[in-house]
Design a protein around this ligand. Structure first.
Ligand code: MRU
Length: 352
């Protein structure tokens, strides 16, 4: 897959506008910190790792916009832009992880004292975040590919593909790698109400890769499991607490429950940067609430009475006890997840 979800060229930030897919493939340039914030908020760029990569370059965009005259105001500019971009979406910890990395460059005790050199160092950090994401996703694919056997049916929810990362995906990386190795299997993609990331993005990516793909409505998952067509579930993650509780797209918890009821293994695929060891359980994960209109008139067509009350959390938390394993770039973590996760070390601290 040669997707470039986020691209930095000649000092400019480009993203694929995912709100237009699959009917239109268009790159847009984000020239202000406000444009970067809006692109994240409105899901033009989305998926936990992709948001982090985009925000890292967003710090450069904001830095240039503020044009700080000296080192002191340059450090302040990085703090200000990072703080602003951190308010775009609350759940995916990769956003805060990437912004913290950018801030750490500016606040390092050996940070350059001239603005140009500091900018160059920030640019190099953002590029590293992008490049590391590529290598990490490949390693996730390699860690998990053997879980998919010939003839399997795999169910996924939302989009944890190239579009959700810098280009190769997490849950879909496992499928891409198994496919590259010649395994034959079928993927069932939940459409993923209300913004249809499964229907619009996951099927688009899988079909381009030549993988046998079937789109199902979200409420069809239990039936296809009952029909014996699903052998394993693989989904992505937005934030994983220290005990393995996992926030991912709303509806993931439903899938985990019905997978358990059918004795089907349920895997999460995610980079280590998605673990938030500051949170002992999923209870502390902030869940984003989305606007009414995404449910009542998604894609412009009214589908509910005007003024109806709507509750639309963008994510839910799947309890650790429902998770068979977490596929990371360092291998597959198995229960007890709390112990396997602690052994990874590290952890994120989200700043306000
Ligand atoms: O609201 P979205 O589209 O950003 O939600 C994305 C997901 O829930 C993905 O599954 C998750 O970020 C993992 S992406 C590798």
């Amino acid at each position: 897959m040669a997707l470039q979800t986020v691209r930095w060229e000649d000092g400019h930030l480009y993203i694929i506008d995912q709100t237009l897919l699959p009917t239109e493939f268009k790159e847009i340039r984000l020239d202000t910190q406000e444009a970067v914030w809006e692109a994240i908020k409105s899901l033009r760029v989305r998926g936990a790792p992709a948001i982090g990569v985009c925000a890292a370059f967003g710090v450069l965009v904001g830095f240039r916009q503020l044009a700080p005259p000296d080192a002191g105001s340059a450090r302040q500019a990085v703090r200000q832009v990072a703080g602003y971009l951190a308010t775009s979406r609350p759940t995916a910890v990769n956003l805060f992880w990437a912004l913290n990395r950018m801030r750490a460059v500016a606040e390092h005790r050996d940070a350059p004292s001239d603005v140009e050199t500091l900018y160059a160092r920030l640019e190099s950090e953002a590029r590293s975040i992008l490049e590391e994401d590529g290598a990490t996703c490949r390693a996730i694919g390699e860690s998990g590919e053997s879980l998919i056997r010939d003839g399997d049916g795999v169910l996924t929810h939302c989009n944890a593909g190239g579009l959700a990362t810098a280009g190769y995906g997490t849950a879909l990386a496992v499928m891409f790698r198994a496919h590259e190795k010649g395994r034959r299997f079928q993927v069932f993609a939940d459409e993923t109400r209300p913004l249809l990331q499964g229907a619009r993005l996951t099927t688009w990516e899988l079909m381009q890769a030549g993988i046998d793909t079937t789109l199902i409505c979200d409420n069809t998952a239990a039936q296809v499991m009952r029909e014996g067509r699903i052998h394993l579930v693989i989904v992505g993650a937005d934030r994983i607490a220290a005990n393995g509780d996992t926030a991912n797209k709303i509806g993931t918890y439903n899938v985990a429950l019905i997978a358990k009821a059918h004795d089907i293994p349920f895997y999460v695929a995610a980079p280590v940067s998605t673990f938030d060891l500051d949170l002992s359980s999923g209870d502390g994960i902030p869940i984003e609430l989305r606007g009414t209109e995404e449910v009542t008139q998604g894609f412009g067509v009214p589908t509910a009475p005007e003024n109806v009350r709507v509750y639309s959390p963008a994510f839910d938390v799947t309890p650790s006890r429902l998770i068979t394993g977490i596929i990371t770039e360092r291998g597959v973590l198995r229960p007890p997840l709390e112990i396997a996760i602690a052994a990874l070390g590290g952890g994120q601290t989200a700043f306000a």
